[in-house]
Design a protein around this ligand. Structure first.
Ligand code: 13P
Length: 251
């Protein structure tokens, strides 16, 4: 039985005091939840304040990105140790906005995954196709490449600290959520890829989140699918009541 994991990706939103107000509002709404892993992913500038506000709470914290070096002349980048220093246990790697806006490649994302895991972070590793790739019949090839290249050289044991997040790019921030059937179909496909690469036990244990226009209203139906193991939530994670609504729907 896989424990659902629901994470809020706050993207480039919220000043420190807004971030603290959000988690202060969220904590009482989810205090009784122990059957779901809950994670929030603030911007770098709000990590320390959010981390302090989360002390003792049943909510974990993650970063939205991480670099592949421990320290040094890498202007503007941030290391796993720096993230852990603020209270982060997780990092998101491979979000479509970093792939498509910032130009991050499968090879770089694989390097990030190796470095983050080697330095004690857990990772939500994102994959997902563009609308034209889905319509053009390339979806399975795109996902196969993202999974195969992204997870290259990772051991089955290391996979315990990896969650995959399927985020179809056409569903992100558009209000156009994948149907439960569409999500399930891809999650089954991705789990089969993990089985080919790492074996049946690793595939069975792998948690696969869905992301893209998740709301409290559609979360229950999506997570009722056997291969949907949680969510990576954008817009609806920016309000305590809507994020808690998703968590409670999943619970
Ligand atoms: P939305 O929930 O705003 O569609 O964003 C999804 C996402 O990109 C989470 O990482």
């Amino acid at each position: 039985m896989r424990k659902p994991i629901i994470a809020g990706n706050w993207k480039m939103n919220l000043l420190q005091r807004e971030a603290v107000a959000l988690v202060d509002g969220l904590k009482p709404l989810v205090a009784a939840v122990d059957t779901v892993d809950i994670v929030v992913c603030p911007t770098y500038t709000a990590l320390s304040a959010t981390g302090k506000a989360l002390e003792g709470a049943n909510i974990q914290m993650g970063a939205q990105n991480v670099y592949v070096k421990a320290s040094g002349a890498y202007t503007g980048e941030i290391s796993p140790d720096m993230l852990k220093d603020t209270g982060c246990e997780w990092a998101i790697i491979g979000h479509s906005e970093r792939r498509h806006i910032l130009g991050e490649t499968d090879a770089l994302l694989n390097e990030k995954l190796h470095f983050a895991l080697a330095n004690g972070l857990k990772v939500m590793f994102c994959i997902g196709e563009l609308l034209e790739e889905r319509q053009g019949g390339q979806m399975n090839d795109v996902l196969t490449t993202q999974v195969t290249e992204g997870l290259k050289g990772i051991s089955a044991a290391q996979l315990d600290n990896v969650v995959l997040a399927y985020e179809p790019v056409w569903a992100i921030g558009t209000g156009e959520v994948a149907t439960p059937e569409q999500a399930e179909e891809v999650h089954v496909f991705v789990r089969a890829l993990v089985k080919d690469l790492f074996g049946a036990a690793a595939a069975e244990a792998m948690r696969i989140q869905y992301g893209g226009s998740v709301k409290a209203e559609n979360a229950g139906e999506l997570i009722s699918k056997p291969n949907v193991d949680g969510f990576l939530v954008g817009g609806a994670a920016l309000k305590a009541d809507s994020f808690a609504g998703i968590i409670n729907a999943a619970k």
